[in-house]
Write a protein that binds this ligand. Structure first.
Ligand code: ADP
Ligand code: ASP
Ligand code: MG
Length: 439
């Protein structure tokens, strides 16, 4: 069985939805994970923002605009009045859920309920299109089998057992459609896997059913060697190892949600990245096959905060790092990069919810300096930390940019540097020119 995920652009219009339908009706047994139509989740975030600010009219206007947009989608997608009415009823029902939060105190749970509407609408629309055109498919409610714990981490055993139960209801079905992104948390409430989380849904589902392959269908022909939004003349990478792809996704390549690779890696399921607009393009295959050596790709992750702790107490002492890490553990804040000297320690975090508390506690251990608006540039490849010359080339490329931290040797396939975000574009272009040549 295969798992295929189609992102926002791939289901972004009636024509695109019909195109997806063509790609998934080849008779193979598959679970198809859909994102919300492009723009919808952003709209829902904005509506939530109006509620948060107490501007219910602003929210109401945006909901009406969204509903109107979907009227157009229904018209383009469905032919008969019966099916248009069915679709309209679903869109109205979902928009009414969003409307129901007016004139009430707004909280995180309300926001999660609102954000879930996008995937519910897109999957229902594609399913109705199939029903109208007599294409056999079954719509599964991912809230019935995608479970996360109190920390928002997937509960794999429960996902496996619940999904199995759901699938057993339809022994003769070959095509299943379900929502990416959304899940149920430990309190039984609607939750999500964070922005871009449909990729993660697909790999979790793939791992749960031991799929033959997880295919991520998007708007570009695979993972490119650099961010195509910033750098010109990037090219797709045909093959990557799980570890290389994981580093790239974690350190910023927007094409994959950072956690996507792990569930597939654990079950050794290849992940294919494919272009919905160009289905015959080769794309990228991520597997346990390690290919080639040298630098393959570069990604950038913004929104980092650098923390430096200077302390004479570090000198010739043991246990200092442990005390520092305990503070981050207490506030459930992951550390991305870390470098140490004999008297100081620099690290980066991207979750800043508890920055004030963390800073307060760190001040008991030493002098603390905080720098916001930092970017990690991650250079990924095979053996790049073992072969000679790669680090030199990276630093040579960055000769005109001030580098705040360098992490090298943590793994065989990654060199990471921390720079000020204002220098990101310049750094990516300089690295591209020097490492891959400007062609
Ligand atoms: P989807 O909506 O299908 O999930 P995303 O917008 O999340 O798609 O991801 C695809 C986009 O990621 C591409 O359009 C591209 O602009 C961007 N991107 C950033 N870095 C890379 C990279 N290294 N390779 C390919 N695409 C990248
Ligand atoms: N719709 C969600 C988002 O825009 C999830 C996804 O598209 O992967 O973040
Ligand atoms: Mg995405």
């Amino acid at each position: 069985m295969k798992v295929l995920k189609f992102g926002g652009t791939s289901v972004g219009s009636p024509e695109r939805m019909k195109n997806v339908s063509k790609l998934i009706t080849d008779g193979n047994k598959q679970i198809v994970v859909l994102s919300a139509m492009s723009g919808t989740t952003n709209n829902l975030v904005e509506i939530s923002d109006y509620y948060k600010k107490g501007n219910d009219d602003g929210a109401s206007n945006m909901i009406s605009a969204l509903e109107k947009k979907y009227d157009g989608v229904i018209e383009g997608l469905l032919q008969t009045q019966t099916f248009r009415d069915k679709a309209k009823a679903i869109i109205t029902r979902e928009c009414d859920v969003v409307r129901s939060f007016a004139h009430k105190p707004f909280n995180v749970q309300a926001e999660k309920m609102i954000l879930a509407r996008g995937e519910i609408m897109s999957t229902n629309l594609v399913q109705l299109y199939h029903e109208e055109n007599n294409i056999p498919s079954v719509l599964l409610n991912s809230l019935e089998f995608m479970f996360v714990d109190g920390d928002g981490e997937p509960v794999m055993t429960k996902i496996e057992s619940e999904l199995k139960k759901v699938l057993q209801r339809y022994p003769d079905t070959t095509l299943f459609i379900t929502q990416g992104f959304i899940c149920t948390n430990d309190k039984g409430e609607v939750d999500n896997l964070k922005r871009g989380g449909s990729d993660y849904s697909a790999s979790l589902i793939g791992a749960a059913i031991n799929a033959d392959v997880v295919e991520i269908w998007t708007d570009i022909d695979g993972i490119h060697n650099n961010d195509p939004r910033i750098v010109k003349n990037t090219h797709p990478i045909a093959e990557m190892s799980f570890d290389e792809a994981a580093e790239l996704a974690y350190f910023g390549a927007k094409i994959l949600h950072p956690s996507t690779v792990l569930p597939a890696k654990v079950k050794n399921i290849p992940v294919l990245l494919k272009n919905t607009m160009e289905p015959h393009a080769k794309g990228t295959t991520i597997s346990n096959k390690v290919t080639g050596t040298g630098i393959k790709a570069i990604a950038a992750k913004d929104g980092l905060t650098a923390i430096k702790i200077k302390s004479g107490r570090m000198l010739l002492a043991y246990g200092f790092l442990c005390r520092v890490f305990e503070i981050f553990e207490k506030y459930k804040t992951p550390i991305d990069l870390i470098t140490t000297s004999e008297v100081a320690l620099s690290l980066t975090i991207d979750k800043v919810d508890y920055l004030a508390q963390i800073t307060d506690e760190l001040k008991k251990l030493g002098t603390v300096e905080i720098d916001k608006d930092q970017t990690i540039i991650c250079i990924v490849g095979n053996m790049i930390a073992e072969e000679q010359g790669h680090a030199t080339e990276v630093l040579k490329s960055l000769k005109d940019i001030s580098v705040r931290m360098i992490c090298y040797g943590g793994s065989d396939h990654n060199i990471s540097v921390l720079i000020d975000t204002k220098n990101k574009e310049k750094a990516l272009i300089a690295l591209n020119d020097n490492l891959f040549g400007n062609n």
